[in-house]
Design a protein around this ligand. Structure first.
Ligand code: FAD
Length: 334
């Protein structure tokens, strides 16, 4: 009779766990640590063993020193070279391979961000291992859980690869605070691999509002907003009244109501704020995949049968063009 292999639990510290060592890739931009990339460290803490952080770019020694304060880190390895500032995977991949081999790590974690998604498959190819994407749970040192089919099923993956190259879903592992730690800071090796790709320019959407992926509150608009003019008229005042980030459905993005960087969902950002308030969004599974882990979901929709109400904690059936301005006004008065 076939018996499934029992999955070892992480509750007891085994001798194996003490041999584990994780390299957590930290992202930085213009000398500032990207807080959402700290989720890799939280994930590594769940695994156990020693944890090193890795950061690269021009003038990153100060970033490495800041990262050394993150609780749980034993060491921060840094490579100071402005060639790594743009996060191009073509020269980052050989850089990581060199430092992974030098450190002899059992696990390498990066955020499931645009940077991590771009980089880790190339590193995996160079190391001849299978990358594991977007994990939400660590069951043991070789067994991980990841959502598939737009979050409708959970896949448990077991791997014998070494090292294990993994991207982390940030919303599943709360990033720790930059305090309490006192990691050593050490210079890594720089292979100075040639980069066949030239970075030309980038066009970033600038906003004073909280960052969508890590915001405590998110207000999102969908196709029900009807036009870019209406989206811009109704959503920013509501967001500002709540101190929230703005998100959008893919239909709203594709229709040009909102910038692509605001898309929430399977092919957009994953968010898990305390409050997700959406208006004019039907609740397609691809949208739910990016926001259903939010603590409180509030939805405004004129169709009482809209699927969004199946996941909403609070639902308001009605015309958003009446409800949103009224709600905004009441919140502004508070
Ligand atoms: P609709 O489904 O058109 O819904 C509009 C809603 O607004 C309706 O429920 C309607 O009742 C309501 N409404 C209209 N007027 C008003 C009003 N005056 N007052 C109140 N309510 C009103 N979608 C995403 O969002 N994110 C993704 O990442 C994503 N990835 C995808 C990946 C793939 C491979 C595929 C195939 C699809 C993906 N989609 C994604 C698209 C997804 O399937 C839906 O088409 C999309 O989410 C619909 O957006 P919506 O809810 O804004 O529009």
């Amino acid at each position: 009779q076939h018996r499934p292999k029992p999955i070892p639990q992480l509750s007891r510290k085994t001798a194996l766990q003490r041999l584990l060592s994780t390299l957590a890739i930290l992202e930085q931009r213009d000398g500032k640590l990207n807080m959402s990339s700290l989720a890799s460290i939280s994930a590594a803490q769940k695994l156990g063993g020693s944890i090193h952080g890795f950061v690269a770019g021009g003038n990153v020694k100060s970033v490495a020193e800041e990262a050394s304060k993150v609780d749980g880190l034993e060491k921060v390895v840094y490579v100071e070279n402005s060639d790594y500032d743009r996060g191009l995977p073509e020269n980052w991949a050989p850089l990581l391979v060199e430092n992974i081999n030098k450190g002899g790590y059992t696990h390498v974690f990066a955020g499931h961000s645009a940077f991590g998604k771009n980089l880790m498959p190339r590193v995996a190819a160079l190391l001849n291992v299978q990358q594991i994407s977007d994990i939400t749970e660590i069951q043991s040192e070789d067994t991980f859980v990841r959502p598939i089919y737009a979050g409708n099923a959970l896949l448990t993956v077991q791997t014998e690869d070494s090292p294990k190259l993994i991207t982390i879903r940030g919303t599943a592992f709360q990033a720790g605070a930059v305090e309490g730690g006192s990691a050593s800071v050490e210079e890594g090796t720089d292979p100075k691999a040639p980069c066949p790709t030239e970075w030309v320019s980038e066009n970033l959407a600038k906003s004073d509002r909280p960052e969508l992926a890590t915001a405590e509150k998110v207000v999102s608009g969908g196709r029900g907003l009807k036009s870019k003019e209406e989206f811009d008229r109704l959503m920013p005042p509501l967001a500002d009244a709540l101190g929230a980030a703005i998100g959008a459905s893919r239909a709203a993005v594709d229709s040009g109501f909102a910038d692509n960087s605001l898309q929430v969902g399977q092919t957009g950002k994953n968010v898990a704020p305390q409050l997700y308030l959406c208006a004019g969004i039907s609740g397609a599974i691809q949208h739910l995949a990016g926001m259903k882990d939010s603590k409180v979901i509030a939805a405004i929709n004129k169709d009482a049968d809209a699927p969004i109400f199946q996941v909403a904690d609070v639902g308001l059936v009605g015309d958003l063009f009446d409800i949103v301005p009224e709600l905004t006004e009441k919140l502004q008065k508070e």
